[in-house]
Design a protein around this ligand. Structure first.
Ligand SMILES: [Fe+2]
Length: 367
């Protein structure tokens, strides 16, 4: 059986190599999340029943192989066999979408005339956005959500040593890799000041600034999404907002909170958002998540504060209305978030497959 692993497919898509990704999952599963640019045939049940005609309409691509994808990499093998029997070069994605959860791509934020370079490192399926910020020979990482080796490789490619690792908050939808990355790189681990985690870290408080000869990173305490949520302002024009503010929405304040606590956090979020709105309107906001699979397009997910002020009307509502709006729009709770929070507070990764816990799309925003 011809198969392809996630890392190879990921690299092909990032290089722009010709490949046709054929998703054979049921329509409802595909609606949750999919590989960007993939085509879909709702063939799952028919393939399980070994119906030989279900992929008859799939033409041989003019260029490159077909990669078949299902949930866990079994039914996609049947699909690949059927295509191969017709003479089409077909590869089944090992581990399916579950394994694809760890696939990623990179977009560089263009900063004309700046000595600093910023890469947005995106977990395409889960929509987790992390950042590698480098200048001269040093680099910082914010909200590491991928295997530490990914950041170590990207940094060494640029000739950077990772010296500081930050999280914007204690995450509930993915396992933070920041502690592990700090250990692997020898970097300092910096987290917002809180009593939640049970491992050593350097506490970051409102206004704390990391300054080197080329960059200045300032912490802005912005409670709401969580009580410790903190944004980071780089060189006064790039704002890393974690799950506090998104290009088209705001962070949800309800995880691990009862109704009264959620209201209190929504109120804090209102105050925090106004603190951000006071920054220069051409500040570029770089969020911690996106809710749709991230294309392999090299285009950063970002928006100017001015655009967000236009797009996210609720920011302008008075506090009471803002709170009621949020209470009426709390999205479904992400699966497994309690276990994820517990592991993030302990600074541990599960011994079992991480993708079991992290399955599903991101649900950190209200829009
Ligand atoms: Fe979050």
């Amino acid at each position: 059986m011809m198969t392809i692993d996630v890392e190879t497919l990921r690299a092909w898509l990032e290089e722009g190599r010709p490949v046709t990704v054929l998703d054979v999952r049921p329509t409802a599963e595909r609606a949750e999340w999919a590989i960007p640019g993939s085509i879909h045939v709702n063939a799952y049940d028919a393939l399980r029943a070994h119906d030989p005609a279900v992929l008859a309409d799939v033409d041989a691509p003019s260029d490159g192989p077909v990669v078949t994808v299902c949930a866990a990499g079994k039914t996609s093998q049947i699909a690949a066999e059927q295509l191969a029997a017709r003479g089409i070069e077909a590869l089944s994605l090992e581990g399916g979408m579950k394994a694809w959860s760890l696939a990623w791509n990179v977009a560089e934020v263009s900063l004309a005339g700046d000595a600093v370079r910023v890469f947005q490192v995106r977990r395409t399926g889960k929509g987790c956005l992390s950042y590698l910020i480098g200048a001269k020979d040093e680099a910082l990482v914010i909200d590491a959500s991928l295997d530490p080796q990914v950041y170590l490789d990207l940094a060494s490619r640029e000739g950077w040593q990772i010296t500081h690792v930050f999280d914007t908050h204690i995450h509930a939808d993915h396992l933070s890799r920041s502690r592990q990355l700090a250990e692997r790189s020898g970097a300092l681990l910096l987290l917002p000041d809180q009593q939640r985690v049970s491992f050593p870290f350097t506490a970051v408080r409102d206004g704390d600034t990391l300054a080197t000869s080329t960059l200045q990173l300032t912490a802005l305490y912005t409670p709401g999404h969580t009580l410790e949520s903190t944004c980071f302002l780089l060189n006064e024009h790039l704002l890393f907002t974690g799950d506090t503010l998104f290009p088209t929405g705001i962070g949800r304040p309800d995880l691990e909170a009862d109704e009264q606590q959620t209201r209190a956090r929504a109120s804090a979020l209102h105050h925090s958002l106004h603190k951000l709105l006071a920054l220069s309107s051409d500040t570029l906001v770089l969020p911690g998540h996106t809710s749709t699979p991230v294309p392999f397009d090299g285009i950063p997910i970002a928006a100017r504060l001015a655009e967000i002020i236009e797009a996210v009307e609720i920011i302008h509502a008075p506090r009471d209305l803002f709170i009621e709006y949020i209470m009426a729009r709390i999205p479904p709770t992400p699966p497994n978030y309690r276990q994820i929070v517990t592991l993030n507070e302990l600074g541990l990764l599960p011994e079992s497959d991480v993708t079991d816990l992290e399955a599903g799309a991101n649900r950190c925003a209200i829009s």
